[in-house]
Design a protein around this ligand. Structure first.
Ligand code: SAM
Ligand code: DTB
Ligand code: SF4
Length: 320
């Protein structure tokens, strides 16, 4: 029986209290909770692939793929199914168990492009990988078709608190994000939902995001925590870097609030020291994205990650 209570009724005050716990204490508590449900030596390796890149109509202030900013990201039409399948095969051979396909869309539109995404989902899941997609907003019928194609997870981040959201994105509402998450949940797809730190938000905004995530019922099975990758040309290109210990605290809080969820140390690892990454694992992160590229931005090389995992004596999660 897990000792950590699986609760969905956390109050904002309780989340604030957890978040503000003395760092050494929260690390100890989060690691204790973590060990009740997970093997602390195991890390899931995920890989991203951008299947349609750039030219996005949304104005997300952090995003190199928004058409609103000049970032030098080259637009790329939808990749072929063969290309996607080849990447997924290579990823699998290198120890990856989850493969996530991203498209720079505001929302999914029905038609040939969505049909080929469905085909990609069928093809990649037939390799025995957990397949995840992140395609922007979805309606109920699109969620159902993705589920029928074998989609395991849908990534749709809330990014930050409801209060701060309007300062980061003006082309959609927080409420619309929650709506898509509901369609995903109702279709029986697992939910991947997290956020970004380092966008100029306050502790209270990080608490607000964590509170929102922890009061979803059920919790998102997957919670990616990204450190902003500052990209020239975006409004956040010169954002003040945050102390990596804030990332550690955010991860530890996520682990305490959502004891059974997989917490992913996602974008931004290139700006973390090995020691900071280690603290993230101690705080309860048990997944990373591997490969030289995230969607469009650089990530630590596979060689570097292999050395890190080896030095920490952590092992990649295996296929079931
Ligand atoms: N267009 C879809 C959407 O917004 O849901 C899917 C792709 S979008 C690139 C996926 C997620 O990547 C975003 O929700 C955001 O959290 C994260 N992201 C994008 N740019 C980032 C950056 N520069 N640094 C950190 N995370 C970023
Ligand atoms: C998530 O939370 N982070 C990943 C995944 N979900 C889709 C994406 C990170 C993207 C970083 C910016 C880029 O490479 O374009
Ligand atoms: Fe478009 Fe997604 Fe980037 Fe926002 S985060 S600009 S929706 S690709």
């Amino acid at each position: 029986m897990p000792r950590a209570a699986l609760r969905h009724d956390w109050t904002r005050e309780e989340v604030r209290t957890v978040y503000n716990t003395r760092l050494v204490d929260i690390l100890f508590e989060a690691q204790t909770v973590h060990r009740e449900s997970f093997d602390p030596a195991e890390v899931q390796l995920c890989q991203l692939l951008s299947i349609k890149t750039g030219g996005c109509p949304e104005d997300c202030a952090y995003c190199p793929q928004s058409a609103h900013y000049e970032t030098g990201v080259e637009r790329q039409a939808m990749l072929s199914i063969d290309h996607v399948l080849a990447s997924a095969r290579t990823a699998r051979a290198q120890g990856v168990t989850r493969f996530c396909m991203g498209a720079a869309w505001r929302q999914v539109n029905d038609g040939p492009e969505f049909d080929s995404v469905l085909e990609m989902v069928r093809a990649v899941s037939s390799l025995g990988l957990e397949v995840c997609c992140t395609l922007g907003m979805l309606n109920a019928s699109q969620a159902q078709r993705l589920a029928d194609a074998g989609l395991h997870a849908y990534n749709h981040n809330l990014d930050t608190s409801a209060e701060f959201y309007g300062q980061i994105i003006t082309t959609r509402k927080y409420q619309e994000r929650l709506q898509t998450l509901e369609h995903v949940r109702k279709a029986g797809i697992t939910v991947c939902c997290g956020g970004i730190i380092g966008m100029g938000e306050s502790d209270e905004d990080r608490i607000g995001l964590l509170h929102q995530l922890a009061t979803l019922a059920p919790h998102p099975e997957s919670v990616p925590i990204n450190m902003l990758v500052r990209v020239a040309g975006t409004p956040l290109a010169d954002a003040e870097p945050v102390d990596p210990l804030v990332l550690v605290r955010t991860i530890a809080t996520a682990r305490m609030l959502m004891p059974l969820s997989r917490v992913r140390l996602s974008a931004g690892r290139r700006s973390l020291s090995r020691e900071a990454a280690t603290l993230c694992f101690m705080a309860g992160a048990n997944s990373i994205f591997v490969g030289d590229k995230l969607l469009t931005t650089p990530n630590p090389s596979r060689d570097e990650d292999e050395v890190l995992l080896q030095d920490l004596d952590l092992r990649p999660m295996c296929h079931d």
